[in-house]
Design a protein around this ligand. Structure first.
Ligand code: NDP
Length: 480
């Protein structure tokens, strides 16, 4: 199957005529081909978006909202087809695609279709002198670039607010997971999205992605991906004074205090460590446990990790599927080797698994726990982004905070304690954009979402996203 770009409302092959292989990570086999787009395709997409902008941006909010709702409805009605496509493309367990990825993709459209109807702006009244009001106007053509770990989920998390705010979009999904973005093009046609409002250009980050970032008429870039790529994008976009939203990597700590609800803490730590094969930017990859319960917690964590089932992601009974690519599998395995060299002990897992049958060449790895590493070890500092966590004991609250803050990242963290004062005290001191107390990944789409330090710049979610995708213009009116 040959995927196509979505430009000016139609599905088209790449300008170059060249395609890239798309591999099913659970079999290691090529199963489709994607456009190897370049600056020519991006140029066509920008021209289509510019042509569509005057009408789309002036369309009534109600009408725009209805189109986005139709897209949400179609995603919902095609849940099974999309979930299957997501799992084949990414290797993730089908239960994750069915219950997390696709439901959230429809929720993104539905949420922003509603949010735009509630989006207001400021007004300041200086008695007897003047009134100031702020217009929040769409930017024009904006670029959205997303990664492979939550393909349709993160793609729509950017596109929906951009469109709701009245912008036209040129978007690029990850070259590793293009399939649901392609299916979204078909859904947009079916939903009656006007031509050129959303354009999807497939291809390589360094080519198609770079062309989006470099394009002088694209006013803003919303990017989710690795910190190294984010830095490259900022280097190109910042001197052009583009608006930038960068959601980057994480090395998230879980702080587990001795007074926690043990059962909830352990069950959630299993999820926060290994959901989606640990390939979620919000996964907790450094588990810190207070000394009095350390051994009990560690032993239970090993037991439950060993009980997780890794296998064919299309079979519902498997908790973990395949890692997204051979290159990524090798990177994760490299960190396991490094952990040993750094003096760590692999308590369980970390083995390449041969599932056999048609999955014999798939990229399967058993979930792993590493103990005995210093906080400065690279395995505790660098993002591994796979089913691998480290576990470390701590004594005091102050020590826990120091360990948690002791990396260059600052995306998310969890705190497990029954002491509400401690929970709030620790939350205040953690260097992170998101703190979950006694829970993980409990998301309310109205809340600000993003990281500090090397985890990014800016916030997505709720009105923050609508503010990003609009320009504020203050109008000052003097009383006569
Ligand atoms: P990458 O940074 O490699 O890629 C992200 C996207 O950027 C892909 O579409 C990629 O295309 C594209 N890209 C790559 N190079 C360039 C470039 N020079 N110019 C423009 N676009 C480019 O990230 P991954 O796909 O590997 O995703 C994993 C990373 O994403 C992890 O670090 C993870 O933490 C982070 N992430 C952060 C989240 C957050 O909210 N903070 C959420 C989810 C993930 P291609 O795939 O073709 O290379």
């Amino acid at each position: 199957m040959f995927l196509k770009n979505f430009i000016d409302g139609v599905l088209v092959p790449p300008y170059s005529g060249v395609h890239l292989d798309n591999v099913n990570p659970a079999t290691g086999k090529i199963y489709s081909y994607i456009p190897d787009s370049d600056e020519h395709d991006v140029q066509l997409a920008v021209e289509a978006a510019e042509k569509a902008f005057p009408t789309w941006s002036k369309m009534s909010i109600d009408e725009r909202s209805r189109v986005l709702m139709r897209i949400a409805d179609l995603i919902e009605s095609k849940l099974e087809e999309l979930a299957l496509a997501e799992t084949i493309d990414s290797g993730k367990a089908i239960s994750t695609s069915r219950t997390v990825d696709i439901p959230r993709a429809q929720a993104n459209f539905r949420f922003f279709a509603n949010a735009i109807t509630q989006f207001g702006s400021e007004s300041y009244h200086a008695a007897g002198e003047a009134i100031n009001y702020t217009l929040r106007q769409p930017l024009g053509v904006v670029g959205c670039i997303s990664p492979w770990n939550l393909p349709l989920y993160l793609f729509t998390w950017k596109i929906a607010p951009a469109l709701a705010a009245g912008n036209c979009v040129v978007a690029k999904p990850s070259e590793l997971t293009p399939m649901t973005a392609f299916l979204l093009s078909q859904i947009c046609i079916e939903a009656g999205l006007p031509a050129g409002v959303l354009n999807i250009v497939h291809g390589l980050g360094g080519k198609a992605g770079q062309a989006i970032v470099e394009h002088s008429r694209i006013k803003a870039i919303s990017f989710t991906g690795g910190t190294v790529t984010g830095r490259k994008i900022a280097q190109v976009a910042a001197p052009m004074f583009k608006k930038l939203s960068l959601e980057l990597g994480g090395k998230n700590p879980n702080l587990i205090f001795a007074d926690c609800n043990f059962e909830e803490a352990i069950a959630t730590t299993i999820r926060s460590s290994f959901a989606n094969n640990g390939q979620i930017c919000l996964c907790g990859s450094r588990v810190y446990v207070q000394v009095p319960i350390y051994e009990r917690f560690r032993d239970e964590l090993i037991k439950r990790t060993n009980a997780l089932k890794t296998g064919n992601p299309l079979e519902e009974q498997h908790d973990l599927g395949a890692l997204v690519s051979k290159g990524h599998l090798e990177k994760v395995q490299g960190y396991l080797e490094l952990a040993k060299a750094e003096g760590g002990t692999i308590l369980c897992g970390g083995e390449r698994l041969n599932i056999g049958g048609e999955n014999a060449e798939g990229y399967f790895l058993s979930p792993a726990i590493i103990e005995g590493l210093s906080n400065e070890a690279r395995c505790n500092q660098e993002e591994i982004f796979g089913p691998v966590i480290t576990i470390t004991p701590f004594d005091t609250e102050a020590e826990a905070i120091e360990l948690a803050n002791g990396t260059g990242y600052g995306l998310a963290s969890t705190v497990w304690t029954q002491d509400i004062s401690r929970a709030n005290r620790v939350a205040e001191q953690l260097q992170a954009g998101i703190v979950w107390i006694n829970c993980w990944m409990l998301r309310d789409l109205r809340t600000p979402f993003g990281g500090v330090k090397n985890s990014g710049v800016g916030r997505e979610g709720g009105f923050e996203a609508l503010r990003f995708f609009t320009e504020a213009k203050n109008v000052c009116v003097k009383y006569g």
